[in-house]
Design a protein around this ligand. Structure first.
Ligand code: ATP
Length: 235
């Protein structure tokens, strides 16, 4: 399996001097699902934003598909699909146009067959002509994913896709992720919930106070937790 994302010694110090990332190193291979687990303020969103080039890192490197996120931003960014925590969709826009427009922003050629494929995969095809404001919260989250996949990225980032949603919607999201994995999508997602990481990820990384404390195969981590040997201060 080839490495699609490489993060080395990534540090992010905000303008007020706060160090939100203290030298994070990780890598992910094609087709893998990595869950980054951590409490409020651990640095999950900062890590995703810095990897995706939205926030500028203070030091360290990030390469996506071999492209440096700073020096090769355009190339690296094309390989990234990002689903932010907030639902930032145009309420009056129709579903299909939202996704089509997003694809166009990345300079991808018109390809309605591909758009149909992802809308069907996300069970949105029968809603394609609906306006965003007519959709439920769960459907809006699906549109965000379709939008993020519109330009055929190599790796998909989901920043706390189940924050503030009820149990049903969380399970719905787990099914979506499982479906995307089955189609070979590489995914990094952040979450507060260990059971969520356990349900959907191949590997789990624990992030606390700006440090990635461990990244392990799910089974190894669960075994350690079962043995109560996992002594990590997540407070
Ligand atoms: P949550 O689960 O609540 O979304 P998180 O793990 O995503 O939290 P971040 O949003 O990355 O955490 O924040 C990490 C730390 O960096 C927090 O202490 C936060 O207050 C701080 N932080 C975030 N943005 C800024 C900023 N622009 N300036 C200064 N500090 C910031």
């Amino acid at each position: 399996m080839s490495e699609i994302l490489s993060v080395r010694d990534l540090v992010k110090r905000y303008d007020d001097g706060f160090e939100a990332l203290k030298g994070v190193t990780l890598s992910i291979v094609q087709g893998e699902i990595l869950a980054l687990l951590g409490p409020n303020g651990a640095g999950k969103t900062t890590l995703i934003s810095t990897i995706c080039g939205i926030t500028e890192g203070t030091s360290g490197t990030v390469t996506v598909g071999g492209h440096d996120i700073v020096k090769g931003y355009r190339e690296a960014r094309r390989m990234i699909g990002l689903v932010p925590q907030e639902i930032n969709l145009e309420p009056f826009e129709r579903v299909i146009n939202t996704v089509r427009f997003s694809r166009g922003l990345f300079g991808k050629p018109k390809d309605d067959a591909y758009l149909e494929k992802i809308l069907r995969q996300l069970s949105l095809w029968d809603k394609k002509d609906n306006r965003i404001m007519e959709l439920s919260g769960g459907m809006k989250r699906r549109v965000l994913i379709a939008k993020a996949l519109s330009h055929e990225p190599e790796v998909l980032f989901l920043d706390e896709p189940t924050a503030g949603v009820d149990v049903e919607l969380r399970k719905d999201m787990w099914e979506i992720v499982a479906g995307l994995k089955a189609s070979g999508t590489t995914i990094i997602l952040t979450t507060h919930y260990i059971e969520e990481a356990e349900a959907i990820a191949d590997r789990i990384g624990v992030i606390a106070k700006g440090e990635l404390l461990l990244v392990e195969e799910k089974q190894a981590l669960m075994t350690r937790m079962g043995q109560k040997q996992l002594q990590i201060d997540l407070s």
